[in-house]
Ligand binder design. Sequence first.
Ligand SMILES: [Zn+2]
Length: 314
Amino acid sequence: MPGKALALALMVALALAPKLQAQELPSQPPTREDLAADARLFVNISRNALDWDEPTEPFRMVGPLYFVGTKGLSSFLFVTSEGHILLNTAMPETGGLIVRSIRKLGFDPQDIAIIINSHAHPDHAGAIAELKELSGAQLAIMEGDVAAIEDGGRSDFHYGADWQVMGFPPARVDRVLRSGDTVTLGDVVLKAYKTPGHTRGSTSWVTQLSDGGKVYTVAFPDGVGINPGYRLVREPSYPGIEGDYRKTHQTLELLQPDIWAAHHTQHFDMERKRQRAETEGVAAWIDTDGYRKFIAGRRSAFEALVNAELGVEQ
Ligand SMILES: [Zn+2]
């Protein structure tokens, strides 16, 4: 197996089967423990295996929603009569790719009026400062993640000590969001749900978008990922992290989107859906089952890690 495919298989295995034993994995790749012990290794493996820095063609998904991210990292543009909303900016080094994608679609990055985010880690908040500077956009961030956005990740509960690896250029927050707040521009209304766990202010977004005379509920879930080294129960990474994850699962289980998308493109099988959309149109993006399975999968991964910490046989 080529190195890249091997690393991807490893990442998938780590994400989906945390109780997988090291001896079941190929011998060379690092274990979850290795990745927990070395943030630089974790980032380097992830960015190579999951194509974080690889350019990809931008495209329209549904109604006013466009994909402008990299091959592995989502960045979404909502185009309205009043300007654009940008959700996520990928890595610090990939701001230029997002700008290029927006221009390629025929839009002006300077028309970005509002920037919002999924969570304050470098693979999603990396180029916020650059794009804010370029556009003069208002930056709206969920309380809980405001400090980390403004100090470039130094206050992150897990990666604060590794901010030289996991940090990103800081940006000033103009609007602090609370759960249930809405961000509105033109006829696009996005509702923000605080879904903490992965970071203290992880944010899931829900909106209604019309396309071809039909209205679709579109969700962007976040907060459920558990990185190597996170502690949930014993010596928790932050007090209350276990309860935060549980509340986040409940919040996300109540949502019933027609269409969903996540901050990592592999999570919602973007490539396959994008190819299908060429012939099927919007129907290719409808995936209520996929959403339910994604949340359920993340919940069982969480329970498995909780049990492992407690020494419960599985
Ligand atoms: Zn993250």
